[in-house]
Design a protein around this ligand. Sequence first.
Ligand code: FAD
Length: 257
Amino acid sequence: MSLNEVVITRAIIDRFMQKLSDYAEVDTAIVGGGPAGLVAAYFLAKAGKKTALFERKLSIGGGMWGGGMMFNEIVVQEEGKEVLDHFGVSSMKYQEGYYTADAVEAVSTICSRAVQAGAKVFNCISVEDVIVKEGAVRGLVVNWSPVEMAGLHVDPLSIEAKAIIDSTGHDTEVLSLIARKADITLNTESGGIMGERSMWADKAEQLTLEHTREICPGVYAAGMAANAAYGGPRMGPIFGGMLLSGKKAAELILSSK
Ligand SMILES: Cc1cc2nc3c(=O)[nH]c(=O)nc-3n(C[C@H](O)[C@H](O)[C@H](O)COP(=O)(O)OP(=O)(O)OC[C@H]3O[C@@H](n4cnc5c(N)ncnc54)[C@H](O)[C@@H]3O)c2cc1C
């Protein structure tokens, strides 16, 4: 059988349009496909929640691919290792309480498990705003990342979501938008974004988990975004807190209402 270019083209268009249309209304919309967002996507999808993850870049995995300073190994503590074990990511003991894992294996395996569990990943799409009605966040406003990068004058589309996770890392992009534009007070000390502090690995890892919360109705902060929103320190290339934070965000959503 000879291959036909038009059939290939139609297959891609039909399948993608169907996927995007199906996921215009979701239970949970996750913004950012780093370790926190991917782990949250996996646990939510596995529990039967209709889950879409939007990632600005072409590649999923956020800051985990590069380990520390592009040395593609990650470090996790005991509790983080349990999450890696759950996903079947191999790890090696370095010394008591410290384990290392191959960053590429970690990202690819967690992403694969999330997608196989039913989460839909939309890469190359940036979240540029939120839908706000009667004082509550109801969804996301999305556009192609190349549109954003080129500064093109193209209107976005919208995704309705019952719950949203901001797992955009240091930039806390969704929460910053909400604080700036939505007249919604975040449940932080200042009511807005507190901003990330200088490095303190041990404290930051604990606080990342503590700061993983519903930060305003229906919106959850996870990963580095949670720590930055609540004014916690950065932790460097230890990733247990990110994995555990994604898991906690999913559990909070699953236990709500
Ligand atoms: C300069 C720099 C310094 C860093 N320093 C530290 C550090 O000291 N300690 C530390 O723990 N981590 C640091 N990191 C990040 C590090 O990789 C994190 O530990 C870890 O990756 C955070 O995981 P996360 O899942 O919270 O977010 P990330 O891995 O950062 O993933 C966030 C993802 O969200 C996507 N995204 C952001 N905004 C949008 C949007 N509007 N729409 C769609 N997608 C979006 C990004 O493309 C990214 O893939 C640093 C990263 C950078 C770039």
